[in-house]
Design a protein around this ligand. Structure first.
Ligand code: UDP
Length: 443
């Protein structure tokens, strides 16, 4: 593969708190894991080698794993394998950063051309690595504490002020920031005082070769679901922010208003975070609401099974209180399933209101019950939305996302070369570490 001007040969991707190889849909694994893995696969296909650094969470994690040709996952030992809460991870950032720097020091200088960090914890490590290696830092926040805290679910724990301080530092230090949506770019500018000139808006995607429309009855037969019912599905981590309880309450109200509604709620995912972390809490809620017989629970599904879950569904609900994008909404539409979503964050981009789904303002049970009840009762309307959904989803592919990242990488490289004055610095090894040393003035 020939190198192309401005395109990095090898990128160090930092994902401290969760491995791209973890099963998404439970614990700390979700859309970010899918994003990191899928964009890395696409970059590797374009000839960019990717090495993903993540924290080892099991003694059986090998030091290095090949996810695919051109994509390595390096499991860095930093703190105990198990039992370390995400909120305690800042205590291990030094150990993690040391592991990353030691790995790089085993290679010739200039081994990595660029660092791309995901989530603020990784940004803290990426910032240090960037300074040691003299390469650009590109950062994707995925979620921002200030945005999340502005729309918490009742009883949910706010993100600590220390996180926002940490995010602020990473925003200031990054050479480029990748935002999922224009709204996120605005939040970076207005709340985190990011320089607008260093933000690239790059939409995430879906694996459109996997998520395609398919036979609904076959999917239902495979999953043991009744072909006569109207199935409304929630897919994701079971936590207050994702609001599966909003869907259950709406379903209970809709069924109370119209007892003959052939409605079934399918909840796919595992416990995560605070509040709804007990796997049984939603089962108890369904029982309290009197709809236990109409709710089916499935554990987190790998993507080859998840595609059948979408195909088996008549509607996918994404009732989140905050959502930086909402990959589930794109995946569902790619499978020809309309989406009923909260009008928050990236969901306003992921779903075309009235064309491929319906957006609901707020989380009041009566509003959600009205929207849900009318869609469940109106198959004709669902069919119209379903027909338009895959075309909209085609705008969101991982190929497209990788193109956007490469543009961000090129700009980051060019700006950094300008800032340093190209050719005016050299790398020297000092005490086992490579250090950037300026050998001429800044132009
Ligand atoms: N997911 C999965 N299996 C499951 C549940 C979810 O593979 O059982 C994946 C899903 O396909 C999607 C991701 O987890 O790609 C969730 O991403 P989303 O952006 O919807 O939510 P996040 O986890 O980022 O909050």
């Amino acid at each position: 593969m020939t190198s192309q001007p401005g395109r990095p040969r090898r990128v160090a991707v930092i994902s401290v708190h969760t491995s791209p190889l973890a099963q998404p849909g439970t614990g700390d694994a979700g859309g970010m894991n899918v994003y990191v893995l899928q964009t890395s696969l696409q970059l590797a296909r374009r000839g960019v080698e990717v090495e993903i650094f993540t924290r080892a969470t099991s003694s059986s994690d090998p030091a290095v794993q090949e996810a695919a040709p051109g994509v390595l996952v390096r499991n860095i030992e930093a703190g105990p394998f198990e039992g370390l809460d995400k909120h305690d991870l800042p205590t291990q950032l030094c150990a993690f950063a040391a592991g990353v720097l030691r790995e790089e020091a085993r290679h010739a200088p200039g081994y990595y051309d660029l660092v791309h960090s995901h989530y603020w914890l990784s940004g803290q490590v990426g910032w240090l690595a960037r300074d040691r290696w003299g390469v650009p830092l590109v950062h994707t926040a995925h979620t921002l504490a200030a945005v999340k805290n502005a729309s918490l679910a009742a009883g949910d724990t706010p993100e600590p002020a220390a996180r926002q301080i940490g995010e602020q530092q990473v925003v200031a230090e990054s050479d480029r920031l990748v935002a999922n949506t224009v709204d996120e770019a605005h939040a970076l500018e207005s709340i985190y005082r990011a320089d607008p000139a260093k933000i690239d808006v790059v939409a995430p995607g879906a694996d459109l070769s996997r998520y395609r429309p398919g036979d609904r009855d076959r999917a239902r037969a495979e999953l043991g679901l009744d072909p006569r019912e109207t199935i409304v599905t929630f897919v994701g981590r079971i936590q207050p922010l994702k609001a599966p309880d909003v869907l259950l309450r709406a379903a209970a109200r809709a069924v109370a208003d119209a007892p003959d509604l052939p409605l079934r709620v399918l909840i796919v995912g595992g416990p995560s975070g605070t509040g709804l972390e007990r796997p049984d809490s939603l089962i108890e809620l369904a029982a309290d609401l009197g709809i236990a017989a109409r709710v089916t629970f499935l554990p987190p599904q790998p993507s080859d099974r998840l595609v059948q879950v979408y195909r088996a569904s008549d509607l996918v609900a994404v009732p989140s209180y905050s959502e930086s994008f909402g990959l589930v909404a794109i995946e569902a539409q790619a499978c020809g399933v309309p989406v009923l979503a909260a009008n928050v964050g990236g969901l306003g981009v992921a779903v075309r209101d009235g064309e491929t789904g319906v957006l609901v303002d707020g989380h009041r049970t009566e509003d959600w019950a009205a929207a849900l009840g009318s869609l469940v009762a109106d198959r004709g309307r669902r069919d119209v939305l379903a027909a338009a959904a895959p075309r909209h989803a085609e705008n969101f592919s991982w190929e497209h996302t990788a193109d956007g990242l490469l543009t961000a990488y090129r700009t980051a490289g060019a700006r950094r070369n300008r800032a340093f004055g190209a050719g005016e610095f050299s790398l020297r090894r000092q005490r086992g570490l490579w250090k950037l040393r300026r050998t001429g003035g800044v132009k």
